[in-house]
Ligand binder design. Structure first.
Ligand code: FES
Length: 118
């Protein structure tokens, strides 16, 4: 395993994300409401640059809403820029296919510096 510096935590506020190169792989690092997550910058569909997509929420419907759609999970969903598959940043799961899940890498904040271990 190797550890890579992402940057100062002070320059990485909640709601932002960036893609870094860690050795031979690209990794998306996200700050979701103050918690950092990192996952491969590779979509499971056709290997598009998933983590370069927009971070937003998604539309969901459930019995609790009377099966009406409502906007949820704001700031927790990344959308692949190629064909629009959505992934939950906090779990790595694809919203359209619950069995599909991207791995997460360990993100650490120490002495004000964000690092990711691959
Ligand atoms: S490559 Fe990501 S949705 Fe197709």
């Amino acid at each position: 395993m190797a550890t890579y510096v992402v940057g100062p935590a002070a320059e990485f506020p909640a709601g932002t994300h960036r893609v870094i190169t860690a050795g031979r792989v690209e990794i998306g690092v996200f700050n979701v409401n103050g918690t950092f997550y990192a996952m491969p910058n590779v979509c499971t569909h056709q290997f598009g640059p998933l983590c370069e997509g927009t971070v937003d929420g998604t539309m969901t419907a459930s019995a609790a809403t009377g099966w009406r759609y409502e906007w949820t999970r704001d700031g927790e969903i990344v959308t692949c820029p190629w064909h629009g598959l959505e992934f939950d940043i906090t779990t790595g799961r694809c919203l359209a296919a619950a069995k599909v899940r991207l791995r997460h890498y360990l993100v650490t904040v120490e002495d004000g510096l964000v690092t990711v271990t691959v």
